[in-house]
Each structure stands twice: as structure tokens, then as C-alpha cells.
Design a protein around this ligand. Structure first.
Ligand code: AMP
Length: 465
């Protein structure tokens, strides 16, 4: 293992510290380049010491002693940050993020607070073929969002599921949709339309769909950008039962008269908040309005705030809202910290030093623009660190190949823009690194949610000036 002494430019750490403590120690003892940008760096540095970080005594930033715990860690869902009264905000230029948002110890206690289901899938009122498909998938007990949403959906109610990736939300909408298909619509074409914000998420939902439909005569088609439109039109003539796609491609096909939206009776919208973030509100509403015979709507979103509510009123009829407890909130299982500038060292060199540490096994590195992502990826490969890149300028095939290489551990680092990384579901990401402070706290939370999954503690590091 590389000695911390080397890693931190001269800041030596006691050897009896745990790895997280060593990292905190590194932060604590690293000199910052405050002279380079005297005003900004100075003011940000000051905020370390007077911020009420909930990092405790082994905390970074030269804290002299006790720090008050603040409510952030057990606060509400994404974006609903709670602050102690009187806390001054220390924002970064061009970002709504407060420095204190980037530093937090992981909270493994919440992670183990397991949900206890009251019924197994076998005990639920599901079609026998659905039950055997679930057995085949080896899903015995429902997850919390599944137990709470499936019953209402089976009654034919509109449902708003407030749940994040990792909670089992995909099966929470697929199971009732498939069950209703088995009971009423078997073999009928164009029954359910599933809208998701990204191509990657569409492919993941399709994978789950395939895995959950063993023995069920149902066929799903994906409609996503970056693939042949002509091919989509040909495949649609085969009359799939379910469509899974992104709004842009669906609008294209609707305008060409190739997508019979009036036939669908069920609309599913997944990651609705992302959809709005990505500017799809107009497309989503257009598509939904064209589905004039839809009788059920299932909408899932990690957050539901007032800006989202107005769309919900328009899209849904008397919806039942189900929320899963924050016990599975992804950020809780992520240890978060900042990487201040290291004197006499370029940011890229600090990065490569970190990446050469053995614990940085599988890293997603975020940068703000497509160009920066490409440049960083090239530089990392030149420096002997295997990296792949995903961003909007890459074709669908290139993105899939990059993800597969990363998934199969043939690349240590996946360099990504925000948008490209949405919906990526790769287990065992050891670190998320932000090469710059993200523009919004919401995007920060989504980024760091790529690590600390499936009961593991993840780490998120953010480079700051
Ligand atoms: P999702 O939130 O839909 O991305 O699902 C997260 C993970 O949980 C996926 O790997 C699913 O295969 C898995 N999963 C979903 N539902 C269940 C279940 N009832 N039992 C076991 N695993 C599940």
C-alpha cells in the first residue's frame, strides 16, 4: 500500500487509523494553495472551521475540537437540506452547493435498519404465471416500495412512488403491470408505455423486464436515441406489448405516425424528477396527452417538490402516494469529503496519486463538460490508469461498451458527465470523485448515489479550489 505520507505531500498520519480516518487525516493535514486565489480560497477555508460539520473528532480541516452535529445527515430526501438556524451558507461560484454539504461521515446504522415485509410474493394476490416468474427471478419477499405500491397498482389506482434507485422500484411498477397484462390483456399489443429519462436506464429496465417475464408471453421493445429510427419503425410493426423508452425518440416516432399512443392503457414514468431536470417536461406531457385512453398511471420519482406537483396534478387522477422510508437513502451510506488543493501539485496529479491507492478500486469520476470528460479520460490512460468515458457525444454503442468494460473491471475509472451517468447501476463502486464542485446539490446527491449501494459504505470526494 502506498504510504499516506507520500499520498498527502508530507502530511503523515498515525498508522493505527482506519482507512476513513486516514483519509480525513489527509484532508486535515494537507496544505491548501490559498495564495493562488487569495480571496475565494481564503473564504472557503475559513468556512471549514466555523461550519457545523457533523464530522466528528477525527474530522478534517484542522478543527480544534468539538463540532456540533447538524441535522443534515438525517434530513429529508434529496435536496431538502435541513440546516441549523443561523448557519451561514458558504457557496461555491456557479453552484448551489454549500461546502458543508460535501463533508459527512457515512451512517451505516440506517443502512442495516431492514424493512420487514408482511407478505411474501407467493402470498400476494398475483397471477400464477407472475408468481412463477418471480420464483424464477428468485424474488421471494417484496422490498418496501414493492410491498407498499403493488397493492394500490393492482387495484387500478394511479400511484406516485417516492423512491430512489436501489429500492426495487423497477419491479414495483413491472409486477403490477405484468400482472394486469396476464389477467386482462394477454397478447394485446401496445398495453403499457414506460418512459425513462436516459438510454442506460431504458436498457436496465428492459433487462429487468426480461428477467421478470420468464414463462410470460409478453414482448417489450426499447425506443431510445442513438439507435436506428428505421429499425425502430420496423420493429414497431411487430406490435410489441410494452414499450420502454426515452421521450425524445418516442416523440420522433409519434410524429412519424409509427407509435399508436391511443392504444396504451398504462403509463409508467420512472425517475420523473430526472426527466424534468433534463428538460423533458414538454415531451412527457405531449406523449401523455396523446395517450388518450390510458386508464392507469404509475409515476416514480426520487423527490417530489412543489415544482413537480403541478405536473402530477395534470398527469394523475386521485393518485395514492407511497414513500419509502429514508432508511435506504443512498447518501446516508456514503462517506463524503473534499479534496482541497495540494501545494505545489496540479489537481490532475493529486487525482492520479489517489487513483494509485489500492482502495480506489472502481471509481466514477465526474466532470462538468463532455470535453473535460474526454480530456481527463485521455490523460488518465496516458498516465497508465485505465479509464473509459461516457457522455452525450458518444454513440449508444460506445457508451454501452464503456460501461461493460467498467462493469467487468477492465477499467478502473469511468469518467462521466452528469447526464450520461444517470441511471447507471453498477454495484461495488468504491469511490465517486467530483473533479469540480457540481452545479447543484441535487446532481451531487445523484452522483454520490452511484456508490454506497447494496449495504456497502461508499466514498465520495469532491475537489475544491
Ligand atoms: P431497482 O431499484 O429497481 O434498480 O432495484 C435494485 C436491485 O434490487 C436490483 O438489482 C433488483 O434486481 C433487486 N431487487 C428488486 N426487487 C427485489 C426483490 N423483491 N428481492 C430481491 N431483489 C430485488
Amino acid at each position: 500500500m502506498v504510504e499516506l505520507t507520500n499520498f498527502t505531500s508530507g502530511a503523515s498520519a498515525p498508522h493505527n487509523l482506519s482507512e476513513p480516518e486516514r483519509l480525513f487525516h489527509f484532508m486535515n493535514h494537507t496544505k491548501t494553495k490559498s495564495s493562488r486565489k487569495p480571496k475565494a480560497a481564503g473564504s472557503k477555508k475559513r468556512s471549514h472551521s466555523d461550519g457545523n460539520s457533523n464530522v466528528q473528532s477525527s474530522a478534517p480541516f484542522g478543527g480544534s475540537g468539538k463540532r456540533k452535529k447538524r441535522s443534515h445527515s438525517d434530513g429529508n430526501n434529496n435536496g431538502n437540506r435541513q440546516r441549523g438556524r443561523g448557519n451561514k451558507k458558504k457557496k461555491f461560484a456557479g453552484s448551489d452547493i454549500d461546502l458543508r454539504d460535501l463533508v459527512k461521515k457515512a451512517d451505516p446504522v440506517k443502512e442495516v435498519k431492514a424493512f420487514v415485509p408482511t407478505l411474501t410474493f407467493d402470498e400476494m394476490d398475483l397471477h400464477p404465471k407472475m408468481k412463477s416468474a418471480l420464483m424464477h427471478r428468485k424474488y421471494i419477499d417484496p422490498t418496501e416500495i414493492q410491498e407498499r405500491a403493488i397493492g394500490y397498482a393492482l387495484e387500478g389506482r394511479d400511484v406516485i412512488g417516492v423512491a430512489q434507485t436501489g429500492t426495487g422500484k423497477t419491479a414495483a411498477f413491472l409486477i403490477p403491470l405484468l400482472d394486469s397484462y396476464l389477467h386482462t390483456n394477454e397478447r394485446r399489443p401496445f398495453t403499457a408505455l414506460i418512459m425513462v429519462p436516459t438510454r442506460e436506464l431504458a436498457l436496465q429496465v428492459l433487462d429487468e423486464f426480461k428477467a421478470l417475464t420468464k414463462g410470460i408471453p409478453v414482448y417489450a421493445q426499447k425506443l431510445i436515441g442513438g439507435t436506428s429510427l428505421h429499425r425502430d419503425m420496423q420493429d414497431l410493426r411487430r406490435k410489441p406489448n410494452v414499450i420502454i423508452g426515452t421521450p425524445g425518440r418516442m416523440i420522433d416516432l409519434m410524429e412519424r405516425g409509427a407509435l399508436p399512443l391511443h392504444m396504451f392503457d398504462t403509463l409508467v414514468i420512472d425517475e420523473f424528477d430526472r426527466m424534468l431536470d433534463m428538460g423533458f417536461s414538454h415531451d412527457v406531457m405531449r406523449l401523455a396527452n396523446a395517450m388518450e385512453n390510458r386508464s392507469q398511471n404509475l409515476l416514480f420519482s426520487a423527490t417530489v417538490d412543489t415544482s413537480i406537483r403541478k405536473y402530477l396534478d395534470e398527469l394523475l387522477t386521485d393518485p395514492q402516494e407511497v414513500r419509502v422510508s429514508s432508511g435506504t437513502k443512498s447518501a446516508d451510506s456514503v462517506e463524503q469529503n473534499i479534496v482541497p488543493p495540494v501545494e505545489g501539485e496540479m489537481r490532475f496529479d493529486t487525482l492520479t496519486r489517489m487513483l494509485n491507492e489500492p482502495e480506489f478500486k472502481r471509481v466514477i469520476l465526474f466532470a462538468e463538460t463532455k470535453r473535460k470528460v474526454s480530456r481527463l479520460c485521455q490523460k488518465l490512460n496516458k498516465a497508465g490508469i485505465r479509464a473509459e468515458e461516457i457522455h452525450g457525444d458518444r454513440s449508444q454503442g460506445q457508451r454501452q461498451r464503456a460501461l461493460e468494460t467498467f462493469r467487468r473491471n477492465k477499467a478502473q475509472v469511468l469518467v462521466a458527465t452528469d447526464v450520461a451517468a444517470r441511471g447507471i447501476d453498477i454495484d461495488d463502486v468504491s469511490h465517486v470523485i467530483n473533479y469540480e464542485v457540481p452545479r447543484t446539490y441535487d446532481s451531487y446527491i445523484h452522483r454520490i448515489g452511484r456508490t454506497g449501494r447494496a449495504g456497502r459504505i461508499g466514498k465520495a470526494l469532491t475537489f475544491v479550489d
